[in-house]
Design a protein around this ligand. Structure first.
Ligand code: ADP
Ligand code: MG
Length: 630
């Protein structure tokens, strides 16, 4: 018989001492120097400060100091402020579910004090003198008289000096410094009426004066710092309500899109949060305006009655939970979508600005660094400034032959197709110009490279990407026909048989009924092939093989959950892309004008289904600047 192992002796249970308990809490609350900055600035905001100065040394590892002119703390309360679960912000369970302050857990100060050399100097409004409390690693604090105006200064030195393991997890100083800046800007964005200053190693790296007037307006200067000027000139405002909920903010035009979701910022009752539901709702608003792998940018402020949101779900209060998240989802998705549709004829001006710069800068467009330096001068820099600084070798002093520096009309004359077409259509173009130039998208005058349409408008010119524009038209028309349940079909005389992987063929067959509503008739043809019997008439002749391969990708994602309606619309945009006028098709002036007129009638026609602009605009003003007439 094998011997039974001796039973394990029961280990003794003991109550942790306060310091250790605080250090454990610090593990969650104080992840890095930026978390300390965040907690201290939140305390200053909760104290009603008007001015907040943050000083850091060595990316916060040597020193973090936050000074405010808030209500201050009286001498007899100082020691309590450093105790765990000591807070002035809530008193009852009831309060916990209707939080209006940034803090409420009573954990930040004791946690921070337990992992640093900590001191807090404060004077409350009704006190004649200031007092200072200090502690090292959370040991018994000392209190002594000090000098300080009404308000509080908290100094945190040598963070993690007594928990070296945590220190090891810190990233390079530059990264930690970026986190600090990010934390300050996020809080500053949500509190535009408070002035902020961040001083890093003796240099003021951020400065925001207190804003006046409207909240959104007031946020703008901070927004420029946070999101970049490029974002501001490509963003539209949103302000929508649904019962007691309100969403306001700035969202990027669909044509201003990026490869990651990191430029999306959310505030719930002025608290910076990360929330997947809200972010998903935001992305959803762009669903058929952007390609799958592109992301919109935006800054959104949600106001919600405090009872409708639970902020006590995350130790650093970075996440929240909504009582009724579907209402919030609907408000964000709907509000953003409506704003986008109201601006559906607006294109990102980044393309125009880049085009202008290319024209103006000759063969040496400004480097990124130069542009940054220009923008860094503070006030908005008009385009003309870019050309007039002698050190940049502007186009005036550097005439170039060919390439970027050439006025567009030369390029036009040089194009063989434009020449041949030019003579034949000169009359038509002239007639068109007198006829249509009052229309928003103007009168077609020429086609370049059988790909771009040039149109003259009352106040400038427009260049249209014919494929992108047609793709959007086809898509919107097909969507309309589907809504009306009247999709015209074009039966194929001989079905197109496309071979696919077994699983893919089965997948397409499974969705045959849905695809039929789009006018696409497919049928399983043996285990590993699909026969296409009819296509939507609008799409004209399509390459069934590439279409089906793209559809399979869409349907796979459909399998993964997201709403049927949305995914099908994406499928639709895939189909529209296959059925559009390809670049390279020669168009007559009449056909071009027809396309322009249709674009004016079509929702969202400023971008194709993948978020690329369908046209760019040069105002007469811009053109005159190019030629030094202004
Ligand atoms: P919480 O913010 O969750 O209440 P903290 O540990 O951050 O917990 O702060 C404890 C208490 O100390 C606060 O409730 C507040 O009363 C006081 N306090 C902290 N910082 C300040 C400050 N800068 N000005 C005035 N009071 C402060
Ligand atoms: Mg706090």
């Amino acid at each position: 018989m094998p011997q039974q192992p001796a039973p394990k002796p029961q280990p003794l249970i003991t109550l942790l001492d306060d310091t250790l308990a605080n250090q454990i809490a610090a593990g969650e609350v104080v992840e890095r120097p930026a978390s300390v900055v965040k907690e201290l600035v939140e305390n200053a905001l909760d104290a009603g400060a008007q001015n907040i100065t943050i000083t850091v040394e060595e990316a916060g590892q040597r020193r973090i100091q936050v000074r405010d002119d808030g209500c201050g703390i009286g001498q007899n309360q100082l020691e309590l402020a450093l105790c765990r679960h000591a807070t002035s912000k809530i008193k009852t369970t009831e309060d916990l579910f209707a939080i209006t302050s940034l803090g409420f857990r009573g954990e930040a100060l004791p946690s921070i004090a337990s992992v640093s050399r900590f001191s807090m100097t404060s004077r409350s409004a009704d006190a004649a003198d200031a007092w200072q409390i200090s502690t090292e690693g959370g040991n018994t604090p000392r209190i002594k008289p000090a000098a300080h105006p009404i308000g509080t200064t908290v100094t945190v030195d040598d963070l993690f000096f007594n928990t070296p393991a945590r220190r090891k997890f810190l990233k390079a100083a530059r990264t930690e410094a970026e986190h600090i800046t990010d934390a300050v800007v996020r809080l500053a964005m949500a509190h535009p009426y408070v002035s902020f200053s961040l001083i890093a190693d003796g240099n003021e790296s951020l400065h925001f004066d207190a804003a006046q007037g409207d909240l959104l307006e007031g946020t703008l200067p901070r927004l420029a710092d946070f999101m970049g000027r490029d974002f501001i000139s490509n963003a539209i405002t949103i302000d929508a309500t649904r019962d007691a909920l309100r969403i306001k903010g700035f969202v990027g035009l669909p044509t201003y899109n990026i490869s990651t979701p990191r430029r999306q910022y959310l505030f719930v009752n002025n608290r910076p949060v990360k929330d997947r539901t809200l972010l998903a709702a935001f992305k959803h608003a762009y669903h058929d305006l952007l390609a799958h792998n592109r992301h919109p940018a935006g800054v959104l402020f949600l106001d919600i009655p405090p009872r409708e949101v639970d902020v006590n779900v995350h130790p650093a209060k970075a996440e929240v939970r909504f009582k009724n998240s579907s209402d919030v989802f609907a408000l964000i998705r709907g509000g953003v979508r409506r704003s986008l549709e109201a601006h559906s004829q607006t294109v990102s001006n980044t393309g125009t600005a880049q085009a202008l710069r290319s024209f103006q800068m000759g063969r040496q467009p400004l480097s990124h660094v130069q542009i940054k330096a220009q923008l860094g001068r503070g006030k908005h820099v008009p385009m003309s400034d870019f050309t007039q600084t002698p050190s940049q070798g502007g186009w005036v002093s550097q005439p170039t032959i060919g390439g970027y520096g050439r006025p567009p009309s030369f390029d036009l004359a040089d194009q063989p197709q434009a020449v041949s077409q030019g003579a034949a259509t000169a009359e038509a173009a002239h007639a068109s110009a007198t006829h249509f130039s009052a229309h928003p998208l103007g009168a077609a005058v020429a086609q370049l490279h059988t790909t771009y349409i040039i149109a003259q408008t009352d106040d400038g010119m427009i260049m249209v990407d014919q494929h992108a524009a047609h793709e959007r038209l086809v898509y919107e028309r097909l969507k309309h026909q589907i809504l009306q349940k009247k999709v015209e079909q074009q039966p194929l005389l001989i079905p197109d048989v496309v071979e696919l992987a077994k699983a893919d063929a089965a997948l397409v067959a499974e969705y045959a009924e849905e695809l039929q509503t789009f006018g696409l008739e497919v049928e399983q043809f043996g285990p590993a092939a699909i026969a296409v019997r009819a296509t939507p008439a609008l799409l004209g002749h399509m390459n069934s093989k590439t279409l089906l391969n793209d559809l399979v990708e869409d349907l796979r994602e459909l399998k993964q959950g997201i709403s049927l309606q949305t995914r099908l619309e994406e499928t639709l945009s895939t189909m529209a892309c296959h059925g559009s006028i390809r670049a390279g098709k020669r168009l007559t002036i009449d056909e071009m004008n027809a396309l322009l007129r249709q674009m004016e009638q079509t929702p969202n026609s400023a971008q194709c289904n993948h978020g690329r602009p369908t046209y760019v605009k040069l105002s007469r003003n811009d053109i005159e600047k190019l030629f030094g007439r202004r």
